[in-house]
Design a binder for this molecule. Structure first.
Ligand SMILES: [Zn+2]
Length: 239
């Protein structure tokens, strides 16, 4: 087991956050982001989907209204994390219905991500765990990994898992020797992180209460992901 490190020990200056959905930026890496933003590091946050599938059957929140709400919640969360003045991109791909790899839609998304990556020049990318059990999270990993390779960029990468612990099959977890666990002490930003998560009102409260199948983050998931330690997977031999 490795010790939880001080995030400020990371040398990265330009950090690209990849969030498949608005809320992943806070749940997955909000603590690290808040501490490093206070330390003067630069961020670009890339939101991959429009988030419009969380409440498909709400009569009062048709998809465009929900997507607009989620964009605003993303902006609110970034402001809380200290990233409000830093650049971000919204790809607005359809939530839970991303284009097939190799399709024209996929290539178009790849082109946008390549331009973002080339312009920003990240030396660290915080992105979803490659086999997180959510198809959008996996696709986001593939899109960003391909875009970096096509641009010839080789930043460090730290992968955050959102659903692995709750929903992962045995095969979804890192294999022996595949990844190294890297943990950070984010106690100094834990309240900030929780506030950023809570800014996603459509995902954490009964704001949208007319879709019986609507998604809502439950308290257990939020508590699991907002403790004083934030952990990632990094390529390389396990400790
Ligand atoms: Zn997500």
């Amino acid at each position: 087991m490795s010790q939880a490190r001080d995030p400020r020990m990371l040398a990265a200056r330009n950090i690209l956050i990849v969030a498949p959905h608005a809320d992943d930026e806070s749940l997955g890496c909000g603590g690290l982001a808040a501490i490093l933003a206070r330390d003067g590091r630069h961020f670009h946050t890339l939101f991959v989907t429009d988030g419009g599938a969380s409440h498909r059957n709400s009569p009062t929140w048709p998809r465009p209204a929900l997507a607009a709400k989620r964009l605003q919640e993303a902006e609110d969360a970034l402001a809380i994390l200290g990233l409000g003045v830093m650049p971000r991109s919204f790809l607005d791909l359809p939530d839970a219905d991303l284009p097939e790899e190799g399709s024209s839609g996929w290539d178009a998304a790849l082109g946008v991500i390549r331009a973002v990556a080339a312009g920003f020049g990240p030396d660290l990318v915080l992105l979803p765990w490659r086999r997180d059990p959510h198809s959008d999270h996996r696709a986001a990993w593939h899109l960003v990994t391909q875009a970096l390779a096509l641009e010839g960029l080789t930043p460090d990468r730290l992968e955050y898992a959102i659903w692995l612990d709750e929903l992962g099959a045995a095969d979804d977890h890192p294999r022996p020797g595949e990844m190294r666990r890297v943990s950070f002490d984010i106690a100094a930003a834990v309240e900030t992180k929780r506030a950023a998560v809570a800014a996603h009102l459509s995902q954490t409260t009964a704001l949208i209460d007319d879709d019986p199948d609507g998604f809502r983050l439950d308290e257990t998931t939020i508590a699991r992901l907002t403790g004083p330690i934030e952990s990632y997977w990094q390529d390389g031999q396990a400790d």
